[in-house]
Design a protein around this ligand. Structure first.
Ligand SMILES: Cc1cc2nc3c(=O)[nH]c(=O)nc-3n(C[C@H](O)[C@H](O)[C@H](O)COP(=O)(O)OP(=O)(O)OC[C@H]3O[C@@H](n4cnc5c(N)ncnc54)[C@H](O)[C@@H]3O)c2cc1C
Length: 397
């Protein structure tokens, strides 16, 4: 693997999913409200070295709809289940540098090694622009690429143009085959998830908790209209919008590729590529050191791991305090039962749980409000050498 992303693929392990459960009390998948607890069985993967609250990097799989669209565009729809490999060009003596593990199936190459969902970076778009054979298309794209701010509209929070739309708008004339595409297409990146389980409790199972990332986007018509207003009319825009029909006017919604895979498609028995990486979430050596944990939503992942570790240590840490925030106790209070059990276990695995339910009253209440209310206890713990953990800032003190 010549590039850094490529190296990840060569070091990752294929781990089977053994648990995949919903964590929210109220689920609305269409509205983006779903959070999954996923466990991987890593017993057969000794190379995967991990500790409590480290990070697990997961390689997303593109949706079938995108894989098939690109396979069709590249003329390999009937070869998705055929093998491919990289061979040395006859003009060179150098060994082949594989950008990803091969031989593999065409479906695998398009499914996990190519980033088919994101807007290409400007550098990647510039390489793709060279493929356009229609001079008008190429000129429009090259002009846009020189205007950083306007390109940012395409790729930014409200735009997020998918690679497929990018091809439809700018590269309908491109003559591109699978080999060229695999070299030019940005590589898929792994996503990090804080491990929510304890290696002391069970080193053969790694758990993560994942929330679906879903955001509203501008309609394609509005997006292209805005770019036209900035002096970027696209030759193919009107015919593409016409082809999309009413869809062109609808506000679009963005779904993150990895969280969508994990929250909406992953099932038990499926195998995913993963890699563990050390984090700075480490418990104090001395069991008498006070521990204060601050977390909201899936930001509680490292603390679920800690609480499992406290349980495995048989409750020897007696000064543990967890400030947890979510919107409503009967909607998105993830790991509720487990935390309540940890409080009443004999001896308790968790000494105190302080909750902040932001939307249960007229005035929003967050973890920081509860922290202020408990300032005296927190101050005393700090004087006693407390470790304070905040997932946004990892170990604070
Ligand atoms: C160290 C670390 C630990 C993490 N731990 C967890 C965890 O325990 N559980 C968990 O659910 N996620 C966790 N994340 C976030 C996770 O890595 C992914 O970023 C997230 O799942 C979105 O990936 P995606 O492929 O679905 O979205 P992508 O396709 O990568 O798109 C993400 C885009 O959506 C935007 N976005 C909007 N809201 C969010 C959001 N809430 N999170 C991320 N991006 C957002 C970003 O601007 C980003 O450009 C962690 C991230 C890091 C760096």
């Amino acid at each position: 693997g010549a590039d850094v992303l490529g190296k990840w693929y060569f070091h990752a392990s294929l781990a089977p999913v053994c648990v995949c459960d919903e964590l929210r009390q109220v689920v609305d998948e269409a509205g983006g409200k779903t959070t999954k607890h996923i466990e991987f069985n890593v017993k057969q993967l000794p190379a995967l070295d991990w500790r409590t609250a480290d990070n697990l990097e997961v390689l997303p799989q593109n949706p079938d709809s995108e894989i098939e669209w690109f396979a069709q565009r590249l003329g390999v729809l009937d070869q998705l289940d055929s093998g491919l490999t990289f061979v040395r060009a006859s003009s060179t003596q150098k060994a082949v540098k594989k950008p990803f593990p091969a031989p593999c199936l065409v479906r695998t190459a398009l499914g996990i090694y190519c980033d088919l969902c994101a807007t290409p970076s400007r550098a990647a778009a510039r390489r793709l622009a060279a493929l356009a054979t229609d001079p008008q298309d190429r000129a429009a794209l090259e002009k846009l690429l020189l205007d950083r701010e306007s390109y940012q509209l395409l790729s930014g929070d409200k735009g997020r143009l998918k690679l497929r739309d990018f091809f439809e708008l700018f590269l309908p004339s491109a003559e591109v085959d699978l080999g060229a595409f695999l070299q030019l297409c940005p590589r898929q990146k792994s996503r990090a998830y804080t491990i929510a389980s304890s290696s002391k409790e069970d080193p053969s199972k790694i758990a993560i908790c994942v929330s679906l990332v879903q955001e509203p986007l501008m309609s394609l018509k509005a997006l292209l209209g805005e770019l036209e207003g900035r002096g970027h009319p696209f030759p193919r825009a009107s015919s593409y919008l016409k082809q999309l029909d009413v869809e062109a006017d609808q506000p679009r919604s963005f779904r993150g590729v990895c969280s969508t895979m994990l929250c909406t498609r992953t099932t038990r028995g499926e195998k995913l590529w993963v890699y563990s990486r050390a984090s700075s979430f480490r418990l104090p050596r001395r069991t008498t050191t006070p521990i204060i944990m601050l977390g909201a939503g899936t930001g509680m992942a490292p603390f679920r791991a800690f609480v499992r570790e406290f349980k495995a240590e048989k409750g020897v840490r007696t000064r543990t305090m967890f400030f947890f925030g979510c919107t409503k106790r009967d909607e998105d209070f993830i790991y509720k039962e487990e935390l309540e059990e940890a409080l009443v276990a004999q001896p308790p695995a968790l000494k105190e749980l302080v909750t902040a339910f932001s939307r249960e009253q007229a005035q929003k209440v967050y973890v920081q409000h509860r922290l202020r209310e408990r300032a005296a206890d927190v101050k005393q713990a700090v004087l006693d050498g407390a470790y304070i953990y905040d997932p946004c800032r990892q170990l604070v003190q």
